[in-house]
Design a protein around this ligand. Sequence first.
Ligand code: FA5
Length: 332
Amino acid sequence: MNLADLEYAFNSELQAVKNADELARLKSRYLTNIADARKAIDFSKLGADDKRAFGSGWNALKKHIEDKAKEAAERFGGARSVPQDFDLTLPGLGRNAGAIHPIISTQLEVEDIFRSMGFQVYLGDEAVSEFDNFDAVNIPPDHPARDMQDTFWLENGMVLRTHTSSMQNRAMRELGTPLRAIFPGRCFRNEATDMTHENTFYQLEGMMIDRGITVANLIAVMKELLQNVFRRRIGEEIEGRLRPGFFPFVEPGFELDMKTVLKGQARWIELMPCGMIHPQVLKLGGVDPEKWTGFAFGLGLTRLAMLKYGIQDLRLFNKGDLRFNEQFKATL
Ligand code: FA5
């Protein structure tokens, strides 16, 4: 078809168009048609005048199609028409809408519980100095406790934090006393993985420093947290236990475990080590241990999410397997 025929055909089809969808299809078809018409011409066989004549005719027709389509679109209300039975105010079908990851929804829930007890949320870095990760929490280079946390070292001498305790020193320096703060985030250890260990996992650290803080405050806060997360009282359906534990940055130190059933077997699982902050750690943070006392804890957030949702193997959280992830559509 030559350009004149295309213009005639377009004009007559345009008369018959009934809505914006048909118009959009017509416009797109004719823009394709004229592009094809141009491709079909062998320009090497045309003289300069013919080339010029074809070029200006082609541009004029393209403009004609666009202008007429625009004019007609205004008749149909400008935008593409919306079918009568389509309710724009309904939520989407949500098939691929995504959802909050169960670890993060657990984190947000725990943050709310701590906020209700007057704690602020304080975020830090994942790559930290050796000092912040180890020395500031009483683990000098030759201390055997360094071997407990297989560390990813960076070429510049920094480390991927092995625990959120790496935030303790900065929090004391930046927030001062009295202090009530939690620091959630990802931690990294170069360790062999199993049902309860990942190389990348979440912790949520907390510190409370004030005058006269004791282990009784620590236990009260732990109880408040767990009873709110599980919406049960400890001793009724959920069981926890506090036993002595060693960490160079607390004295005395404890391990808080929770009972759970994994692959049919009842097990105690280590959830939240804690203790009274060591005077040396307070001093390194610029806090006078004669005046202030406090407690700290390092909640295993990935493990808490595991217990909360009854997940048997925490490696599932990081796998990106849709069959697992899609079970957590309606969290929060
Ligand atoms: C620590 O990381 C200490 N910084 C905790 C602490 C803070 C003690 C403040 C005292 C005062 P630990 O290595 O045990 O401790 O880890 C704490 C918790 O993190 C564990 O109980 C567990 O719940 C979780 N956790 C540790 N390693 C892993 C891992 N590889 N995968 C998943 N969760 C882990």
